[in-house]
Write a protein that binds this ligand. Structure first.
Ligand code: ZN
Ligand code: ZN
Length: 320
């Protein structure tokens, strides 16, 4: 089968690999689509180191073509989204349902081989069957949309709340869509004009002089952008941090205490409820996130696809 591996930073090679075996608790998935995000770009450029040659990709969807002997609740022919974080299910965090904090977490494409291959073997419990009516473009966004919807769940946003989304990359755009589905109002703060236009076409309003927001969702990871965004949050408001940076924040306790701001970090999603919930929303057609996809590539164009993550407003994806 064909697969794409990283041989050194910014060097990809299309290779021929043996088809994986399907273990008793696994399903074999024939891949149909793979979304790309900033995490893939970090692996591609070498800022997130991996052992070469490395199989790339983590936002994968496809069709089940074989089912392991011990698997009872998945069938050949189902289209599935893959949940690319395999929690251990045994540690205190997992037992508390807080699987995103699992210290044993297998992160596909980061500390475990990725999904950019024609066939992948995946633990059945981490594949999510979607209705046949869900378009492949919408299904490809499942993982990234689940990240956005989990941040929203953790924030406590409700209908009618005014939300400031800082950064209108693909995560910011998906947040805007998910906030609107909930009946909240999304405003975006973003320097890139193309991304602002895309957000506007999804019904989000660009921020002008607005402030007094109930919630802030920070997706850019830029410390200054968080600082500016916090200044626009209403007293008693909540800021969810989704973007990641190792640069220090310029923040004093006075900034938070006088206006009684809650700061909360949000990392991925918790198994199994968050993926289950997102796929149910896609099955109902309540969100069509596929419109975030703005650049489609073939498996043979993987290098162009990864390089495009920097420049494309919206999301890039590879179609198999
Ligand atoms: Zn991703
Ligand atoms: Zn665990």
């Amino acid at each position: 089968m064909r697969a794409v591996v990283l041989t050194e930073p910014e060097e990809l090679r299309l290779v021929d690999l043996p088809e994986p075996d399907c273990g008793p608790h696994e399903v074999l998935v024939r891949m149909r689509g793979l979304g790309l995000c900033g995490s893939d770009l970090a692996v591609y450029t070498g800022s997130r180191p991996v052992d070469a040659p490395w199989l790339m990709g983590h936002e994968g969807v496809g069709e089940i073509v074989a089912v392991g002997g011990a698997v009872e609740d998945r069938q050949v022919g189902q289209q599935v989204a893959i949940e690319p974080n395999y929690c251990c299910g045994r540690c205190p965090a997992c037992c508390a349902g807080f699987t995103s904090a699992c210290p044993n977490r297998v992160i596909v494409g980061m500390n475990h081989p990725g999904l950019l291959a024609e066939y992948v073997a995946v633990p059945a419990a981490f594949t999510w069957p979607a209705a046949a009516t869900v378009a492949i473009e919408d299904l490809v966004c499942t993982e990234a949309l689940t990240v956005a919807r989990s941040a929203i769940r953790r924030s406590g946003v409700g209908p009618g709340d005014r939300c400031l989304v800082v950064g209108a990359g693909s995560q910011g755009l998906l947040l805007c869509l998910a906030l609107q589905e909930l009946g909240a109002t999304a405003f975006v703060q973003e320097p890139h004009e193309g991304r602002v236009e895309l957000a506007r076409s999804f019904g989000a309003a660009p921020v002008a002089g607005d402030d007094g927001f109930d919630f802030l969702f920070e997706t850019s990871g830029v410390p200054q952008a968080l600082h500016d965004g916090l200044g626009r949050v209403a007293p008693g408001g909540t800021a969810l941090l989704v973007g990641i940076s190792t640069r220090p924040l310029e923040l004093t306790s006075a900034d938070l205490v006088y206006r009684q701001i809650t700061l909360r970090g949000s990392l991925i999603y918790d198994h199994p409820a968050d993926f289950d919930d997102t796929v149910a929303v896609l099955d109902r057609g309540a969100i069509t996130p596929g419109k975030v996809l703005q650049a489609r590539f073939d498996l043979t164009e993987a290098a162009e696809a990864f390089a495009s993550v920097r420049s494309v407003a919206g999301k890039s994806w590879i179609s198999f």
